[in-house]
Design a protein around this ligand. Structure first.
Ligand code: HEC
Ligand code: HEC
Length: 97
């Protein structure tokens, strides 16, 4: 059993790196919580269009933009044109608003 072979300098370095590791882990957890929370909120509050021929999972996002950027009959989208719509705007089957 060899104990006490570590010099004080080495112990200092070890303690410092342990503290840095804890800080890094804390930041990682915080980032995860805020990142997931941010998109979770958007996901939850996005209005769900009533399922129609043009409101289906298979429709490419370019089709969505054709209607929702022109502002003819469809409501204008209130945010930037992103490259995907469906994780947030899932079509719903029921007809009530
Ligand atoms: C043919 C044009 C057209 C296309 C394509 C289209 N929409 Fe719509 N969208 C409409 C119209 C019209 C409405 C108004 C309500 C309705 O008819 O359901 C609407 C309503 C919506 C709403 C608002 C729902 C509410 O209750 O406020 C969302 C969100 C939406 N569409 C998302 C999408 C997404 C995502 C796509 C791509 C899959 C898409 N739309 C494709 C015409 C279109
Ligand atoms: C990250 C989630 C997210 C994505 C992806 C997304 N949206 Fe939205 N969308 C929202 C939220 C949240 C709102 C409500 C914002 C508001 O009320 O100001 C919204 C609002 C809208 C509205 C206005 C609905 C109304 O009744 O006023 C339309 C139209 C719309 N989005 C279309 C689209 C289309 C088309 C796409 C794909 C190109 C898309 N969205 C992608 C979250 C998203």
């Amino acid at each position: 059993m060899e104990v006490g072979v570590r010099s004080p300098k080495r112990q200092q370095i070890i303690r410092l790196s342990q503290r840095l590791l804890k800080i890094a882990l804390g930041l990682l957890v915080l980032g995860l919580v805020f990142g997931v929370g941010f998109y979770g909120v958007l996901f939850a509050v996005a209005p769900r269009p009533v399922a129609k021929a043009y409101h289906q999972w298979g429709v490419p996002f370019q089709k969505c933009l054709e209607c929702h950027q022109s502002g003819n009959h469809a409501p204008l989208m209130t945010h930037r044109p992103v490259r995907f719509c469906f994780p947030c705007h899932r079509p719903r089957e029921d007809q009530k608003k």
